[in-house]
Design a protein around this ligand. Sequence first.
Ligand SMILES: NC(=O)C1=CN([C@@H]2O[C@H](COP(=O)(O)OP(=O)(O)OC[C@H]3O[C@@H](n4cnc5c(N)ncnc54)[C@H](OP(=O)(O)O)[C@@H]3O)[C@@H](O)[C@H]2O)C=CC1
Ligand SMILES: CC(=O)N[C@@H](CCC(=O)OP(=O)(O)O)C(=O)O
Length: 342
Amino acid sequence: MIKVGIVGATGYTGVELLRLLATHPQARVTAVTSRKDAGTPVAAMFPSLRGHVDLAFSTPEDARLTECDMVFFATPNGIAMNEAAQLLAAGVRVIDLAADFRIRDQAEWEKWYGMTHGAPQLLEDAVYGLPEVNREAIRGARLVANPGCYPTAVQLGFLPLIEAGVIDAATLVADCKSGVSGAGRKAEVHALLAEAGDNFKAYGVAGHRHLPEIRQGLARAAGAPVGLTFVPHLTPMIRGIHATLYARLTQDTDLQALFESRYANERFVDVLPAGSHPETRSVRGANTCRIAVHRPQGGDTVVVLSVIDNLVKGAAGQAVQNMNLMFGCDEQAGLAQVPLLP
Ligand SMILES: NC(=O)C1=CN([C@@H]2O[C@H](COP(=O)(O)OP(=O)(O)OC[C@H]3O[C@@H](n4cnc5c(N)ncnc54)[C@H](OP(=O)(O)O)[C@@H]3O)[C@@H](O)[C@H]2O)C=CC1
Ligand SMILES: CC(=O)N[C@@H](CCC(=O)OP(=O)(O)O)C(=O)O
């Protein structure tokens, strides 16, 4: 059994880890932390986990994390970078669901995240946890940087086109919409029902911190820098990301065949039949990215539609997928959920 600790287990991605790991045949959660709710039984705070999790939250200091085999940080940015080295030295493997180890370039990270990096010596060893790109490196990793939610949906959508070199990678556009759980469980005015409900707005147009992460991943695939306009929007739904991606084709290609062959062996990426329009509810609660590729009126613009559940393939599900790779488990262990509909 893999002994698992979750730092930040009262947040949305932490609770999602608990839900997914409850059915994992080879993992057992042994430590869950919360500073504010230390002492509270998990099932008292989250009745959905009654009968599945028999633990109480403890402070990070009391949680005996070094006795775990695997620790997930489901915490805000800037926490794991100060804790990971000590755990790694004790032989614990670490997955950070936040952004501390996602950007290779320390100065770039510090610019976008507005803080000094606490563990620059770990940046080179950290593996970016997008299995569809980095599977072999993740298998051997001790520290995994779990990708952001928007970056997962956007990269999976653009990758087949970029790898095949059939688009102009200098003029990419990613028009993305997220549900409100993407903002986390902390109390914030903009996420209140009366603010976010019955409303729709863009944000971060001048520059969102996922921009350098997406650019880094796509540039690696392209072998050269890419140009990307990324505009996130907040939609009044709870879970889900819908990314509408635009690129200019530079050569005539069978796009449907290209996407189908790129993801033929990927269990968590589903390329829909030509002409499809994927819906966020078709992946609700599941670790699946569903993709459709279009070429409107046969012109030179390719439109890719990519949907994920931000809390699953966009966070906790992808983290469990990465853990499975790191520990040699079946990649689908704990991740066989059928999406919840309606
Ligand atoms: N929500 C989403 O869709 C996605 C989130 N992420 C990232 O995952 C991380 C977690 O997100 P989410 O679950 O939404 O966040 P939440 O705000 O819902 O939860 C944060 C958790 O971290 C704990 N925490 C906060 N500060 C500290 C600290 N200084 N030390 C230890 N624990 C702390 C909180 O508990 P307490 O304060 O009681 O200790 C809480 O359990 C974030 O970095 C987020 O950006 C990534 C992809 C998608
Ligand atoms: C709707 C919403 O607010 N979404 C968050 C992104 C999700 C997130 O948690 O960011 P990371 O993946 O980098 O951790 C935002 O735009 O800040």
